[in-house]
Design a protein around this ligand. Structure first.
Ligand code: NAD
Length: 485
């Protein structure tokens, strides 16, 4: 089976597809060719209202189910996603341009992981009991209510599931707005949740540009907002949520360091640097785009990297042999090309790439800069494309100071065979996710999120439950009530 790229309708509200073609046009482009593969519409304010109302209506009954019952539905949805992994992956490839080789293992499957994990945790939600002499206190873990998820375009299915799974496990309902660039797969998640037994209204999808997201965040009926996006958007969404005293999770951008010491396994370090910069054509928030290589192995590292980059295979993303896809959009490619020009203008040494392969679609070559200085634009700003910057360093202290010299704090990696140094170094890194002798592994069991400007709160892991629920404290008196008069 293959999914049609044109969905039945643009939105999924209260258990059914809904269209309103008075909403702004939202064309969906296949990034590998530039061809339009679907025509959707942004939600009108009336549809946003309808989606929130549906989520609000559905929430009390959803929360009244036992955690085991909610969890069973989420785990069933995970099974359906796994059974349809190929169809979902093909759709994700058409929506994002990412090679099927990647989407088959990293997108729908990681969404299924989240539904399975939080489906399991749902049955374990509980409060505590605190004895106070004869009196006692108990706490109830309660849902927040109607929640909003807003997604970026790089991992559409994963982002929808990383938000929906813990939200729904805790008894919340959700209105999710995918990125306008990649709107297709969240609709499939909504369909599959219904098929798995979720009542209508528990998970709704509305399409739209930034203003639809802003409308959702601003609505008084919404208790929590979880955004995956850039820092500038995060600032606006956080500010708007704050005025309504809403809980937030902010998964934002990064400019993460990957520090490679002389004693590291060169081959593994090169592999990690490739994964940390070129997987998903560099469109990953946690990428290690500042690669610090200790002086003793820097030239060897660059030589081996150049050799390994000969293995890049661009081509039809639906061909499973292709391992490097296009950028998601013409606009994103322009932004990345602007950074590459700036890197050259500011004096970084372009080692490889930087150009556009011929043909249709939004292709760009994997690009490596060496001799990068910390004050250059490409060293400071998030590029969100396949551009690696390589820096030299001599001492551990220097590497640490320079690695932390950024406003971001999403991720970081260190390569060394000296494990005492690895733990010492990681202990002082200012980053939410750190890797020792690997990079970018983000299983659902691991809390994920940023320090500094990279975000607020954490997704995944057991801690996500704290971010999708609230505690009610109940004090129970067993004796007489004393009063002063
Ligand atoms: P973006 O900030 O442009 O958009 C993100 C989402 O926010 C989109 O759905 C967009 O429509 C919506 N939006 C825009 N303005 C809004 C507003 N005023 N109110 C409410 N919603 C609004 O980001 P993008 O270009 O889609 O994605 C790339 C960015 O996302 C990068 O910075 C990347 O690092 C970040 N990202 C972070 C993570 C993470 O988990 N930390 C994961 C993936 C991507």
């Amino acid at each position: 089976m293959t999914y049609a790229t044109q969905p039945e309708a643009s939105h999924f509200i209260d258990g059914a597809y809904v269209e309103d073609d008075s909403g702004a046009a939202l064309p969906v482009i296949y990034p590998a060719t530039g061809e339009t593969i679907a025509n959707l519409h942004a939600a009108t304010p009336a549809l946003v209202d309808r989606a929130i109302a549906a989520a609000q209506r559905a929430q009390p009954a959803w929360a009244a189910l036992t955690g085991t019952e909610r969890g069973r539905i989420l785990r069933r949805a995970a099974d359906i996603i796994r059974a349809r992994n190929r169809e979902l992956s093909e759709l994700e490839t058409k929506d994002t341009g990412k090679p099927l080789q990647e989407t088959l293992v990293a997108d729908a499957t990681s969404g299924a992981d989240a539904l399975e994990y939080f489906g399991g945790l749902a049955a374990t939600l509980s409060g505590e009991h605190i004895q106070m002499g004869d009196d006692f206190i108990y706490t109830r873990r309660e849902p927040l209510g109607v929640t909003v998820g807003i997604g970026a375009w790089n991992y559409p299915t994963q982002i929808a599931c990383w938000k929906a799974a813990p939200a729904l496990a805790c008894g919340n309902t959700m209105v999710f707005k995918p990125s306008e660039t990649t709107p297709l797969s969240a609709l499939k998640v909504a369909e599959i949740l219904i098929e798995a037994g979720a009542p209508p209204g528990v998970f709704n999808v509305v399409q739209g540009y930034g203003e639809v997201g802003a409308g959702l965040v601003d609505d008084d009926r919404v208790a929590k907002v979880s955004l995956t996006g850039s820092v500038p958007t995060g600032r606006k969404v956080y500010a708007s949520a704050a005025s309504g005293m809403k809980a937030v999770t902010m998964e934002l951008g990064g400019k993460s360091p990957l520090v490679i010491f002389d004693d590291a396994s060169l081959e593994d370090a090169v592999s990690a640097a490739i994964n940390a910069n070129f997987y998903s054509t560099g469109q990953i928030c946690s990428n290690g785009t500042r690669v610090f290589v200790q002086d003793g192995i820097r030239e060897a590292f660059l030589d081996r990297l150049a050799e390994r980059l000969k293995g890049v295979k661009m081509g039809d993303p639906l061909d499973e042999a292709t391992n490097f896809g296009p950028m998601v959009s013409a606009r994103q490619r322009e932004i990345v090309e602007g950074f590459i020009s700036q890197g050259v203008a500011e004096g970084a040494r372009l080692v490889t790439g930087g150009g556009r392969p011929e043909g249709e679609g939004y292709w760009i070559e994997p690009t490596v800069f060496a001799d990068v200085r910390d004050d250059m634009t490409i060293a400071r700003e998030e590029i969100f494309g396949p551009v690696m910057s390589v820096f030299g360093f001599s001492t551990e202290e220097e590497a640490l100071e320079r690695a932390n010299a950024t406003v971001y704090g999403l991720s970081a990696g260190v390569f060394t065979r000296d494990l005492a140094r690895a733990h010492r170094f990681v202990g002082r890194l200012q980053a939410g996710s750190c890797w020792i002798n690997t990079y970018n592994l983000t299983p659902v069991e691991a809390p994920f999120g940023g320090m500094k400007m990279s975000g607020v709160g954490r997704e995944n892991g057991q801690v996500a439950i704290e971010h999708w629920s609230q505690l009610k404290t109940v004090y129970v008196a067993m004796g007489e009530v004393e009063a002063p008069y």
